[in-house]
Design a protein around this ligand. Sequence first.
Ligand code: SF4
Ligand code: ZN
Length: 318
Amino acid sequence: MSQCTRCGGKPFHTRRYSGETLCAGCFSDSILEKTRRTVSKYKMISPGDRIAVAVSGGKDSLSLLRVLAQLYLPRRNEVVAISVDEGVAGYRDEALRHARTLVDELQVEQVVVSYKEMFGFSLDEALDWKEERSVSSCSFCGVFRRRAIDEAAARAKADVVATAHNLDDYVQTFMMNLMHGDVARLGWLEPKYADDSFPVRRVKPFMEIYEEEVALYAYQNGIPFQSVSCPYMHEGLRSEVRDYLNMMEANHPGMKNVLLRSSLDVISKYALTSEKNSTPCSTCGKPSSSGLCNVCRMKAEVREHVNIQRTPRSAGGG
Ligand code: SF4
Ligand code: ZN
């Protein structure tokens, strides 16, 4: 490896897609710059916005929290971490500990909501009912997770929610939606997304940064993150798509960047026609497509199959 292209220092990382070699310091600076450019290009964050960062405790979300705190606290934006405790014994506890450590270091607020508190069951309890379910654990969990993030963002009084999806996540999801024939969900990939069911916009400030570079940033900045995967994660198609895209990138450096641009082009044309939820859910009042939202439908199914006590409080329906 040659010397740092910017300062002549000791090489740390070479970007095959651009040919640039960077020392550790210039590399970290470049991640901040890229994030700031992405935020500004898509007008993701406005002056004075209270920014909620969805923090799971993995390398991507902890890096995002650190980067946004560095970029936006000096601009007088408020930054708050929001975390969801799904209730997975031995897994989420460690992740939340890592999140707490960084939150304390950065001296930002944190709002934690749990499935148990909101829906009356932990993910462990809900997934006891496994055999007859038609959807995967992650699709099932994801429905509750989105509602929990909405609730946490509301409690945090956020103007915008930032999630840590990186370039790899983005193009994988795009390809998977095409492969599932699920074009109605492409609108969710808009860089700045809001809809009737969640008017607080969601943004993805890392969407133009390779996953590998986010991991290097976390490593280089000594961010301790959870390395163990969720025991319910079954990646199936996603890991095949990931392997394929990694192979394409190795053979054709920059291919993922090209795919990102193509996806954005398709999404910008498609988003105008994508389906909107407009009927209030008869149980919780949130917008739905059929009069009963997915959260309330799935909660009812869980209660039917698992012996779970009803909670007195209803956060999100039922
Ligand atoms: Fe939920 Fe899947 Fe994430 Fe586990 S990996 S917490 S099941 S979305
Ligand atoms: Zn509902």
